[in-house]
Design a protein around this ligand. Structure first.
Ligand code: PNS
Length: 161
């Protein structure tokens, strides 16, 4: 059985993430979609809220497991006997960051491979930070995130006012 992990901040989950989840779930027997608390970011949603977001959106994938971790990605992978990390790659701007992380993960755990999936063209511009920015100025995000996520973002913005 071939299992992969798709890690991320998912703050919030976008249609770009969902595109990668859909395509990766078709490539592997099991896909762990794991929310990591990224120490460099100041998230809009708690880890629990992000897990809930993913669970309510990915429930229809029989082989997707949603979970969270506060440790190293490679430690999560080792603990679950996972040998493949899936990352989405949008533009050249992602490359430097992703390249460094992939090499660091290779240094930490040489037996684990990082596989990059190129984003679908229509999501090339899409990022969680742009979704938050657009929503915070009252812009429409219905085309950028699933309906359940749109509601969570709008509710969160209301509570922040
Ligand atoms: O969606 P993001 O913010 O680009 O995801 C970044 C993430 C969560 C994949 C990265 O920060 C990560 O792997 N965090 C787990 C901690 C870790 O292993 N850090 C070392 C990475 S080389």
């Amino acid at each position: 059985m071939l299992t992969a992990v798709y890690p991320g901040s998912f703050d919030p989950l976008t249609y770009g993430h969902l595109d990668i989840i859909t395509r990766a779930a078709a490539c592997y027997d099991e896909l762990h979609v794991v929310v990591f608390s990224n120490s460099e970011k100041n998230p809009m949603f708690s880890v629990e809220e992000r897990v809930h977001m993913l669970q309510s959106t990915c429930g229809h994938f029989p082989n997707v497991v949603v979970s969270s971790s506060s440790g190293l990605l490679v430690d999560y992978a080792k603990k679950h006997d996972i040998r493949v990390i899936v990352k989405g790659l949008r533009a050249v701007s992602d490359f430097d960051y992703e390249f460094k992380m992939a090499l660091m993960n290779k240094q930490l755990a040489p037996e684990i491979e990082t596989v990059f999936m190129i984003t679908s063209l229509q999501y090339l511009y899409l990022s969680s930070s742009l979704v938050k920015e657009v929503a915070s100025y009252g812009g429409k995000i219905a085309d950028l995130v699933p309906p359940a996520v749109e509601k969570m973002v709008m509710d969160k913005i209301q509570t922040m006012k």
